[in-house]
Design a protein around this ligand. Structure first.
Ligand code: 3PY
Ligand code: MG
Length: 247
């Protein structure tokens, strides 16, 4: 089976740097996939992807060395299975608030005996004849810790068999904590989640808005980080052009 390069690098102790796609554009996905990032985060929770655009994006990413990881809109069994059947090499499941919800994500993403993923998906033959035997080792399962409820049971969530990564949702976490991003209590919660992942022998991830932050979070110990996204990059490019025009 095609190796999951992201998991391979993380197993060697390296952080992996990704780029988020929210625009629903396979054209942008192709450009980014050839740019040299370790992974692409396709966000179908807050991004603007329909199923056909998502499939087209996965098709253009496939021949490259960039690993596509998709965030489903919610923690639903068939939704997660469909993303993986379309060729996602991992899922980042939002709003996982309990060990039971983490176990539900694993059930959807891993084949028996670890989980209950349903076998199917014609594209999977492209990954190799041994896809069904190897997928449980090659598919990355990240659960998002982004509420005070999840924070209270973060060690139990990290201990759920089949979970590879605790991926922080810093924005929702700060809403849930009723605090500001970067406040001492927000940073303490972030450090607590990182610790929980490390203590459980798994890794942690962080979505960053800028490359400087991605490097800082990687230095802090986060392994699966994003640097920015397509629309943020476009927005900052537009700002520079308008500034040059004096507008
Ligand atoms: C959050 O910050 O809550 C996220 O989900 C990041 O996309
Ligand atoms: Mg969130």
């Amino acid at each position: 089976m095609k190796k999951n390069i992201v998991l391979e690098k993380i197993k060697c102790g390296e952080p992996v740097f990704g780029f988020g796609l929210v625009s629903g554009s396979p054209l942008i996905a192709e450009l980014v996939a050839h740019a040299g990032f370790d992974w692409i985060w396709i966000d179908t929770q807050h991004g603007y992807w329909d199923e056909n655009e998502l499939l087209a994006a996965l098709q253009v990413i496939f021949p490259t060395d960039t690993t596509p990881i998709v965030r489903p809109g919610s923690n639903e069994f068939y939704r997660i299975g469909r993303l993986l059947d379309a060729g996602a090499e991992g899922v980042i499941v939002p709003m996982v608030n309990s060990p039971e919800e983490a176990a539900a994500a694993v059930l959807a993403a891993r084949y028996p005996p670890t989980g209950g993923r349903s076998g199917g998906g014609a594209r999977l033959s492209l990954f190799g004849d041994d896809y069904f035997e190897r997928a449980n080792d090659e598919v990355l399962v990240a659960v998002m810790i982004e509420t005070t409820q999840a924070l209270a049971v973060v060690d139990e969530i990290a201990a759920v068999p089949g979970v590879d990564c605790l991926f922080i949702g810093p924005g929702d976490l700060r809403f849930s904590m009723q605090t500001q991003p970067g406040s001492a209590e927000h940073e303490a919660a972030i450090a607590r989640i990182l610790d929980a992942a490390n203590s459980a022998g798994i890794f942690a991830g962080f979505p960053c808005g800028a490359v400087e932050e991605a490097i800082r979070r990687a230095d802090q110990g986060f392994k699966l980080v994003t640097c920015t996204s397509d629309l943020s990059t476009l927005r900052s490019g537009l700002t520079s052009v308008l500034e040059a025009l004096g507008r």
